[in-house]
Design a protein around this ligand. Structure first.
Ligand code: NI
Length: 139
C-alpha cells in the first residue's frame, strides 16, 4: 500500500471554481483524484519528452482494404517492426473501411518513427499515435 501524504494548495478562487466545474463534468468523486490524474498525465508527458525509457503506445489507423497495395504495405511495415509491435486489433468498420489499432512498445523515438511510417502511408484516411505508459513509476 502506498503512503499517502496530505498537503494544502493555494489557488485563486476563480481557478478553483473552474477546476471544480471541470472535475464535476468529468465525473471525479473528489479533487484529490482529479489532481492525482493531472499529475500522472504530466509525468507521462515528461517521460515521452525525455525519451530515455521504454514505454508503450497505441497507433490507430483507418484505411480502405480494397486498396490492395496499401493493405500489403501496412502489413509489411508491421512485420518489419515486429519486435516493437506487441499486438494488432483489426476491426471491419463496414464493407470497405478497416480500423487497426497497434500496441507498440519501445523508446518514444522509435515508437514515433513507426507511427509516422504507418500514418503517412498513402491511402491511410486517419492515423493517430496515443502515448501511454508502462505504469511502473505511477502510483
Ligand atoms: Ni477489415
Amino acid at each position: 500500500m502506498n503512503d499517502i501524504v496530505r498537503f494544502g494548495i493555494s489557488l485563486p478562487k476563480g481557478l478553483l471554481r473552474n477546476f471544480d466545474r471541470l472535475i464535476s463534468i468529468k465525473g471525479y468523486a473528489n479533487r484529490s483524484e482529479a489532481i492525482r490524474d493531472l499529475l500522472r498525465e504530466h509525468l507521462v508527458e515528461q517521460e515521452w519528452e525525455k525519451g530515455e525509457k521504454e514505454t508503450v503506445a497505441t497507433i490507430s489507423i483507418v484505411y480502405d482494404h480494397r486498396k490492395r497495395e496499401l493493405a500489403n504495405t501496412l502489413i509489411s511495415l508491421q512485420h518489419q517492426h515486429h519486435p516493437s509491435i506487441l499486438s494488432v486489433l483489426h476491426t471491419h468498420l463496414d464493407e470497405h473501411n478497416c480500423l487497426e489499432v497497434a500496441v507498440v512498445k519501445g523508446k518514444p523515438k522509435k515508437i514515433k518513427k513507426i507511427a509516422d511510417k504507418l500514418i503517412s502511408t498513402k491511402g491511410v484516411k486517419f492515423g493517430k499515435l496515443t502515448p501511454a505508459t508502462l505504469g511502473k513509476d505511477l502510483n
